[in-house]
Ligand binder design. Structure first.
Ligand code: SF4
Ligand code: SF4
Length: 377
């Protein structure tokens, strides 16, 4: 495999994972299982340098995420720096640690967009999943503050078997808050969600009911000429073809983890690949020349059945992380694909979801103790 790819386009989307610290403990968090052993974070100056390099390469969209990005005290400075560079900026937050004053200050610093995530439509379930008694009230208050400050309001709900019956209540709540966009993202099974898959994955029946409810709600919104947009992201475990993961490896998306590790997607850290770090390489070298980023560009790496498949330009063989988690070899076709010789693993997960009985108490929550006890290498 070539170690440089002069044909790759520039990264258009930069995701700055500022920290793995977070006051919440969602059992589906996409952060690495061993995040507690990865405490190092780039300094303000290092982040500003990453943003400058990304923009010079052509990146236009910038997401600040984590962990909870609000725990970084330098967030206003980073937002102002990003604005000066000309990025369109998005803050992806749980709302914990946000205040009306910060919402206003971020707007003045040039933040374009705030996405607030919820765990459920009611305080009991929301707070149980989040692991904080105050979370729901705080999220409601911050969603209102975001709206009042004039940002487009995007609310995000991760959907799993314990809240999938709440579609109608969730959408009613979003409407009452004045949401412009609602993202109902069914859990994708990486990181903590993969460790908790049996306790989180909905059955096909649950999923179909939820989809029908969402479609009905959309029709109702249309009839009332209501502008709220609803996006329902279905889980690929119930598909027969995989998603074109990240629109292709190293094609548009560049993630920088808290310690400066550069990744083609935020889950890729789980792969047995050595990824470069912005502290020892320029972003340009990382993107165009590093073996980590060139590993799965093109299709010469593909084994069968992808190699001779006429759909390989559509889905690029699916997700490398999913292939690795389910088969132990990241080169394999994503087992979501009905043509994969490992598709039986997806079928087994679907069967398990039909019979699952796990309650909220059976989940492994994302917190420092569990990260150290269960997942220390
Ligand atoms: S998914 Fe939950 S625990 Fe993970 S970073 Fe987001 S709010 Fe924190
Ligand atoms: S065999 Fe590979 S390329 Fe073909 S549809 Fe399945 S995952 Fe995609």
């Amino acid at each position: 495999m070539s170690c440089s790819d002069a044909t790759a386009g520039p990264p258009l989307w930069l995701l700055a994972e500022l920290t793995y610290r977070c006051p919440l403990q969602c059992p589906y968090c996409s952060n690495p299982l061993d995040y507690a052993d990865r405490e190092q974070e780039l300094s303000t100056e290092q982040w500003l340098d990453v943003l400058r390099q990304g923009r010079a390469m052509g990146a236009a969209q910038l997401g600040f995420s984590g962990g909870e990005p609000l725990v970084r005290q330098d967030l206003p400075e980073l937002i102002a720096g990003a604005r000066e560079l000309g990025y369109y900026t998005n803050l992806i937050t749980s709302g914990l640690g946000l205040t009306e004053a910060k919402v206003q200050a971020f707007a003045e610093a040039g933040l374009d967009h705030i996405q607030v995530s919820f765990q459920a439509s009611d305080p009991e379930l929301n707070n149980a999943v989040a692991g904080s008694k105050k979370a729901f009230e705080q999220k409601l208050a911050m969603a209102r503050a975001v709206k009042e400050a004039g940002y487009p309001m995007v609310l995000n709900f991760v959907i799993h078997r314990h809240n999938i019956h709440q579609m109608s209540d969730i959408l009613t709540l979003c409407e009452s808050l004045g949401a412009d966009y609602v993202e109902l993202a069914t859990c994708q099974y990486y990181g903590w969600a993969f460790a908790n898959r049996e306790g989180l994955m909905p059955s096909r029946g649950q999923l179909e009911t939820a989809e029908a409810t969402v479609n009905q709600y959309r029709d109702d919104l249309r009839e009332r000429a209501h502008p709220m947009k609803v996006i329902f992201v279905t889980p690929d475990y119930y598909e027969e073809r995989p998603k074109a993961c990240m629109n292709g490896w190293g094609s548009l998306f560049l993630t920088v983890a808290p310690d400066g590790t550069a990744l083609p997607c935020h889950s890729a850290r789980l792969l047995p690949i050595e990824f470069p770090n912005v502290q020892s390489m320029s972003l340009e070298e990382i993107w165009y020349q590093s073996p980590g980023f060139n590993h799965y560009r093109g299709d010469s790496w593909m084994p069968e059945p992808c190699r001779s498949c006429d759909e390989k330009d559509k889905d690029f063989g699916g997700c490398r992380c999913q292939a690795y988690l389910l088969t132990g070899d990241a080169d394999n076709a994503d087992p979501v694909c009905g043509k994969s010789p490992h598709h039986d693993r997806i079928l087994a997960a679907r069967t398990a979801a039909e019979h699952a009985t796990a309650g909220l108490d059976d989940l492994v929550y994302r917190n420092t103790k569990n990260s150290r006890v269960f997942f220390r290498k």
